[in-house]
Design a protein around this ligand. Structure first.
Ligand code: KIV
Length: 267
């Protein structure tokens, strides 16, 4: 059901309690924010996935605070209703709690975000609490956490090995206990995600975590066929790369043949 009024962090809990699935998509700029917001998405996430799908890096580690703030400001101008969440990039919250507070505050102050997302479970509970204590709403993110690529030895499904499912449950509970309003579950078996979603009071938002979460998130470039990634958990709804490539091909042909611009397109 699409909401007519501004969506806030409080609506997330309400949606879980009422059994309504939460929809979340990434956005990195003004036109996408405008389109996704008017299509009725509940949450716009300025993901550090921008590093991969917009900037062309091989992972999210090089993404900087200033880059995410730039994207957040553009997205904020395009959205009207959706809750705006900014991803805290690698090394913007891991070094110290004062750092995390200062950097998270920049997203609200300079970017007009309404919440931040940070990766990590039990080891991040003090950091999450420190942000929540100064009224910065936090979305957690556990399981396959892309900023931990080197520890994980690549983008591998988490929670399959002996003891890992219990560790994930402990992470989810720690994030909730610290005061997060929701938690992303990425790249974990759907049985584990189902159990976490059942145990937690706060909503879970899945990506590669099966159908039993309280909501789902996808990277918009994956959904539109703009990222070149073909992964099991992605549903690609359209091939925009093909659409762009055909349109550009026609433009090139028209310029080369002298067909563009026509008399009507000239002054
Ligand atoms: O950076 C991102 O886009 C994310 C989502 C995929 C959850 O963290």
């Amino acid at each position: 059901m699409m909401m007519d009024k501004k969506i806030t962090v409080l609506d997330m809990q309400k949606m879980k309690d009422e059994g309504r699935n939460i929809t979340m998509l990434t956005a990195y700029d003004y036109p996408f924010a405008r389109i996704l917001d008017s299509a009725g998405v509940d949450i716009l996430l300025v993901g550090d996935s921008s590093g991969s799908v917009v900037a062309g890096h091989e992972n999210t580690l090089p993404v900087t605070m200033d880059e995410v703030i730039y994207h957040t400001r553009a997205v904020a101008r395009g959205r009207k209703k959706a809750l705006l969440v900014s991803d805290m990039p690698f090394m913007s919250y891991q070094v110290s709690i004062p750092d995390a507070r200062f950097n998270a505050g920049r997203f609200l102050k300079e970017g007009r975000a309404e919440a931040v997302k940070i990766e990590g479970g039990s080891q991040m509970k003090d950091t999450i609490k420190a942000l929540v204590d100064i009224d910065i709403p936090v979305m957690g993110h556990i399981g396959l956490t892309p900023q931990s690529i080197h520890r994980m030895g690549g983008y591998r499904i988490q929670g399959r090995k002996e003891g890992q499912a219990e560790a994930l449950m402990a992470d989810a509970l720690a994030v909730q206990e610290a005061g997060a309003f929701a938690v992303v579950l990425e790249g974990i078996p759907s049985t584990v995600a189902e159990r976490i979603t059942r145990e937690l009071r706060i909503p879970t938002i899945g990506i590669g975590a099966g159908p039993h979460c309280s909501g789902q998130v996808l990277v918009i470039h994956d959904l539109l066929g703009l990222s070149g990634r073909k992964l099991k958990f992605i549903r690609q709804y359209v091939d925009i790369e093909k659409v762009i490539s055909e349109a550009v091909g026609r433009y090139l042909e028209d310029v080369r043949s002298g067909d563009f611009p026509s008399e009507e397109e000239s002054f």
